[in-house]
Design a protein around this ligand. Structure first.
Ligand SMILES: Nc1nc2c(ncn2[C@@H]2O[C@H](COP(=O)(O)OP(=O)(O)OP(=O)(O)O)[C@@H](O)[C@H]2O)c(=O)[nH]1
Ligand SMILES: [Mg+2]
Ligand SMILES: [Zn+2]
Length: 291
């Protein structure tokens, strides 16, 4: 009767802050969760039993999770926004493609944000990724460019902002919420690690619907379960060619009559994405050799 539904937006020292239609309720978790070895996570959709005071409560039930990310420890993410700076720091496309592959593996919606457009006149990266089949937005947090387009991609999604330090994730998030909510400065924060940033991730609700989450230093999901067999399926522009190569077990690296390599020659698949694929293939092969 007093039960409320909500989403855990923050967890600190055994307290969980649940966003409900009656505002944020500070909660403890029911003892039964500890006995079962279950820890409530930020992003969990939960049921709250209000205490007598009506101000605090207990987390009484947790809805089945759609997914769980390890770093940061959050549940029910629906989208990854990979942020890349067009300039400064220079894009590392291998790191980006690895991040994308891990998000594909986690079955997340993927959007790409190329930021700091004020620093460079023209750059073919956004086009290249659009052609590969991704939702792409080119922004400048400095000039407030295309922030509305970025907001449109976030509507009704639970989006984690991922990308290397200094690309402008927190700066973009501040433009989105239109206040200085997230700490920026990238580089100095890295050297003062742990001083300003909480170890716990926090979800921020958007007025237009949806949640965003800022995660400093966060650059990859788990790829531990990915094998070389599933890897080609994590490059979406390979999809229409898979299964048509001469060899059933084609690795799409040096085999004859490989449709992926033909598409590469025709310019349908970019050299840089295929290069990342080959590097990832080697990386996974080496990692599995020691298992
Ligand atoms: N020129 C320019 N500078 C930007 C832009 N966006 C962010 N910056 C600057 O880039 C630096 C890093 O920005 P942050 O927003 O802190 O980067 P971050 O991705 O959150 O970095 P971490 O929190 O370390 O992961 C800051 O000095 C920002 O002012 C942009 O669009 N253009
Ligand atoms: Mg940041
Ligand atoms: Zn092939």
């Amino acid at each position: 009767m007093n039960n409320l539904k909500g989403v855990i937006v923050k967890g600190i020292g055994g307290f969980y802050y649940v966003n409900t239609d009656q505002g944020i309720i500070e909660c403890r978790a029911k003892g039964v969760f500890r006995k079962m070895g279950i820890t409530p996570l930020v992003g969990d959709v939960v049921e709250v039993e209000l205490n007598e005071d009506k101000q605090t409560g207990v987390v009484a039930a947790i809805k089945d999770r759609r997914n769980t990310l390890v770093r940061p420890a959050v549940a029910n993410i629906s989208q990854m926004m990979a942020v890349v700076a067009l300039e400064s720091p220079k894009p590392n496309l291998y790191v980006l493609d690895k991040l994308i592959a891990s998000a594909e593996f986690a079955k997340l919606k993927i959007s790409l944000c190329f930021n700091k457009s004020d620093l460079t006149a023209d750059n073919d990266l956004p086009e290249m990724y659009k052609k590969a089949g991704f939702e792409v937005v080119v922004t400048s947090a400095l000039d407030d460019k295309n922030i509305d387009e970025l907001k449109r991609l976030l509507k009704d999604e639970v989006t984690v902002f991922a990308g290397n330090s200094g690309v402008g994730k927190s700066s973009l998030l501040n433009r989105i919420v239109d206040k200085e909510l997230f700490e920026t400065g990238g580089v100095s924060k890295r050297t003062e690690r742990g001083r300003h940033t909480t170890r716990h991730s926090e979800l921020v609700e958007l007025p237009s619907g949806g949640y965003i989450i800022d995660t400093p230093g966060f650059s990859s999901f788990e790829l531990a379960e990915v094998t070389t067999d599933i890897l080609p399926g994590l490059f979406r522009e390979f999809d229409s060619y898979l299964g048509d190569c001469r060899f059933l077990d084609c690795r799409h690296i040096s085999e004859p009559d490989c449709k992926i390599r033909e598409a590469l020659k025709d310019g349908q698949i970019s050299e840089s994405r295929h290069e990342s694929y080959k590097l990832l293939f080697e990386e996974i092969k080496m990692a599995t050799a020691y298992k």
